[in-house]
Write a protein that binds this ligand. Structure first.
Ligand SMILES: NC(=O)c1ccc[n+]([C@@H]2O[C@H](COP(=O)([O-])OP(=O)(O)OC[C@H]3O[C@@H](n4cnc5c(N)ncnc54)[C@H](OP(=O)(O)O)[C@@H]3O)[C@@H](O)[C@H]2O)c1
Length: 261
């Protein structure tokens, strides 16, 4: 319990990596404000209240500016010591076959709402000259995501944005860390309708382990961390592989029906 009376905000904390990040923070004694869009977030709060004293729940659509305003208002002017900007969603199938509103929701959750919240809380951190931001990016940001094109594009944005913001804040005590997981066992693939794909059906990393890696990197103020050695190798190879080849590799993992090939 090293952070009693400090506050952590965790978005997308109802399930998966966000829930595990919230657990790490709760175990370290942080008070929590946890946010997600669906009522499931209340169940997460019940579990987290067994680990730390103060857990406030915000049920809001963080794809909208209003939803983010609602979350920010819930801080009631209290300093946010750590922000876990984690909420995100995927979307499988070919881009031309996707419902555009769903694709827009991916962009608005993963990018618009995320950077709006980071700007609001980041400004307060800069004023206080204190704070840590952990952004959940993805190794998906390194490769053109055939059959998950919009999602991978949003993560390329987020990976890049994270390093840029970190650099802008280098003369302050505010750190920005990007957690880049590979395929991780969460609700993500079901929600994105990717279960019938090789990546959706394949073996994945454990969400608690991924969160622990990100949490540690955030504590150290590292710039980025790719969780898992396989993902480290995959991202290193991606850096030196032509984009067309990466897109073809991604097709093999994410094309509908690829799980049965
Ligand atoms: N799983 C992977 O393989 C993987 C790999 C790399 C990166 N990531 C990233 O990890 C992050 C967490 O995903 P996960 O894998 O843990 O998936 P998950 O289990 O589906 O969790 C996603 C969380 O984000 C919330 N969320 C999504 N859209 C929201 C919205 N519009 N407003 C508010 N909350 C919203 C969900 O809550 P609601 O259900 O209430 O919407 C849920 O709490 C995402 O940014 C994802 O891109 C995942």
């Amino acid at each position: 319990m090293t952070h009693t009376n400090e506050l952590a905000v965790v978005t997308g904390a109802s399930t998966g990596i966000g829930f595990e990040l919230a657990k790490c923070a709760a175990e370290d004694g942080y008070d929590l404000i946890i946010a997600a869009d669906e009522p499931e977030i209340e169940n997460a709060a019940v579990q987290l209240r067994g680990l730390t004293r103060n857990v406030k729940v915000v049920q809001a659509d963080l794809a909208t500016l209003d939803g983010v305003d609602q979350l920010y208002a819930a801080t009631e002017g209290r300093a946010v010591n750590v922000l876990f900007a984690n909420a995100g969603r995927g979307l499988g199938h070919g881009f031309l076959d996707q419902d555009f509103d769903e694709a827009l929701r991916v962009v608005n959750t993963n990018i618009t709402g995320t950077i709006y919240l980071i700007q609001k809380i980041g400004r307060d951190m800069r004023t206080r000259n204190e704070g840590k931001i952990l952004i959940t990016g993805s190794i998906a940001g390194f490769m053109p995501g055939a059959f998950q094109a919009v999602y991978n594009g949003t993560k390329a944005f987020i990976d890049s944005f994270s390093f840029a913001l970190r650099n802008e804040l280098k003369d302050t005590e505010v750190t920005v860390t990007c957690l880049m997981p590979g395929a991780t066992e969460t609700e993500f693939f079901r929600r994105a309708d990717l279960l019938d794909t090789k990546v959706g059906a394949g073996k994945k990393d454990d969400a608690a382990e991924v969160a622990a890696v990100g949490y540690r990197a955030m504590q150290h103020g590292d710039g980025d961390v790719v969780s898992g050695w396989k993902n480290k190798i995959q991202s290193a190879i991606a850096n030196v592989t032509p984009s067309a080849m990466l897109a073809e590799q991604h097709r093999k993992m994410a094309e509908p029906g690829s799980a049965r090939k």
